[in-house]
Write a protein that binds this ligand. Structure first.
Ligand code: FAD
Ligand code: NAP
Length: 445
């Protein structure tokens, strides 16, 4: 039973902050709050245990970011909840280093996250937040078995699989989003499979399909991008994952933000070089060395615009953005690797009328990761992984999650508990007259 009381039934004051969802974002916040006795915080997750994107835990998948950008290290390297601390606790620091991974296996990073989650006391699992109301200057979170009051909320419910409208009537065993791939690929019996979406998820699904022993005979992979574009993982490009870039980005108006976001998409959403090489080499081997009979077709510049059932499976209507043609493809199974998007969790639907949305129907996030809502300023609704448009491309990645958590903690405490003053960046993003307009975000709480 969830309630603001202890085991003896004595009522406590409301929590200072309640977190909805425990993925990496809120786990980072919970880790940094651990030991801070002046913030009473608790986090609630609907899954029975911590589980990081289980539906995409395909064989040999890798982390796309440095393990030093873990839950805590960028702002609190002495924390016991770091990735290195996990390695030491499991007596495999030397073994890990000797493995010389170019990228950490995602399975290993997921174990690390689950290890932290299994020890923090400020987390509850099997706790679906059904709805949130606001009464008498407090938020009230309702669960199936109780409720909890809190002065502030942090939404950490992640992003939702994006399924194009033309695919929704067909969702099922032979048409599904990649977020279910780990469960649905093995039992899939299909000779012709189409994968739609040329991002990292699409790449990982294609790699898994090519490596599996299955009855696959024909594979079509569609990318709407100009090509199967690699991630831009180089020194200057990676500056967009720095606090200094975010501080600069916050100065832009919404049109300028959109332009900057478009220009930086491939720093985050391109295909890992290892995935590209693995797919290319697998195709090479199948064709020239193994003489296996898989007809694999890669189709970039393709916008899938319609899907229909036909007698043997599905028909896809595809627009070729390269030459303007319209094509028809057939498949027995469709895997939608069409991305994810942020939306407010259903649980806060009751507050929706009090929350400000922009002209694209996205909730407006202020510079301190708070939703603009009509309630009192001291009752804040923070949102993690919701600021891709407002704070830049890094917001939907792990890279700055510890730094973002530190901002939220500073706001909750009303003081600069973590030093978040920007470094002296060598990259000049803003024109000189603009230079320090947003400094106050780092220091003024
Ligand atoms: C397959 C995949 C791999 C990725 N790998 C990387 C990577 O290597 N590097 C990188 O920088 N980024 C990566 N990302 C991007 C991003 O970092 C991850 O999506 C990350 O998991 C986001 O964390 P989150 O906590 O914001 O959301 P999530 O991980 O989605 O967690 C949200 C949690 O909220 C819970 N929840 C939702 N609603 C409720 C409710 N009403 N009540 C209770 N709980 C609820 C959900 O069950 C879920 O556990 C990856 C994304 C994907 C899809
Ligand atoms: N190993 C890892 O670390 C890992 C694994 C998976 C995902 N991720 C991360 O998670 C995030 C999401 O990745 P993702 O691959 O799921 O999503 P994504 O990067 O958004 O890619 C989805 C792709 O689907 C395309 N698409 C959407 N509708 C389409 C249609 N009708 N026809 C053709 N193409 C269509 C989109 O085209 P447009 O580009 O034109 O919109 C986009 O390129 C990324 O940041 C990624 O790096 C990481």
């Amino acid at each position: 039973m969830f309630a603001n009381n202890d085991r003896t039934g004595h009522a406590h004051d409301a929590l200072d902050v309640a977190g909805i969802g425990i993925g990496p974002s809120n786990l980072s916040l919970a880790s940094l709050l651990d030991g801070l006795s002046n913030v009473k915080a608790h986090f609630y997750e609907r899954q029975p245990v911590f589980n990081w994107h289980p539906g995409m835990m395909l064989p040999d998948v890798e982390l796309q970011s440095s393990y030093l950008k873990d839950l805590v290290t960028p702002v609190m390297p002495t924390s016991r909840w770091s990735f290195v601390s996990y390695l030491v606790a499991h007596k495999r620091l030397y073994a890990f280093l000797n493995a010389q991974y170019e990228a950490v296996p995602r399975r290993e990073f997921a174990h690390y996250l689950a290890w932290v989650a299994s020890q923090l006391k400020n987390l509850s699992f099997n706790a679906v937040v059904r709805d949130v109301s606001y009464e008498k200057n407090q938020f009230h979170l309702r669960f199936d078995n109780g409720s909890v009051a809190a002065n502030n909320l942090v939404l950490g419910t992640g992003t939702t699989p994006f399924v194009p409208a033309w695919a929704t009537p067909f969702l099922g065993d032979t048409c599904f989003h990649n977020s279910e791939a780990a469960y649905r690929l093995a039992p899939l019996k299909a000779a012709r499979i189409a994968v739609i979406g040329g991002g990292q998820s699409g790449g990982e699904v294609v790699e898994a399909l090519l490596n599996a022993k299955s009855e696959l005979k024909e594979l079509n992979w569609f990318s709407r991008r100009h090509n199967f574009e690699p991630i831009n993982d180089t020194a200057f490009s990676n500056q967009v994952f720095s606090p200094e870039y975010v501080y600069a980005y916050l100065n832009l108006n919404s049109d300028q933000k959109l332009e900057a976001l478009k220009a930086s998409v491939l720093t985050s959403d391109g295909l890992s070089i290892s995935t590209i090489n693995n797919i290319y080499r697998r195709l090479y081997s199948l064709r020239y060395l193994e003489n296996r009979d898989i007809d694999a077709k890669l189709s970039p510049n393709r916008d899938v615009i319609q899907m229909e059932a036909d007698k043997n499976g599905y028909r896809l209507i595809v627009r070729n953005r390269f030459d303007g043609g319209v094509e028809v493809f057939h498949a027995d199974a469709i895997i939608l690797a069409t991305g994810y998007q942020f939306k407010l969790p259903d649980a806060v639907a009751g507050l929706q009328d009090r929350i400000q949305f922009d002209r694209h129907n996205r909730p407006v996030l202020d510079d301190r990761y708070c939703l603009n809502w009509s309630g009192p300023k001291h009752n804040r609704i923070f949102a993690q992984n919701a600021g891709r448009y407002s704070h830049g491309i890094a917001d939907s990645q792990l890279s700055l999650m510890a730094w973002r958590s530190a901002h939220i903690i500073n706001s909750l405490l009303g003081q600069a508990h973590f030093d978040l003053e920007p470094h002296d960046s060598q990259v000049n993003w803003l024109s000189s007259g603009h230079a320090s307009l947003n400094q106050n975000v780092a220091v003024d709480y």
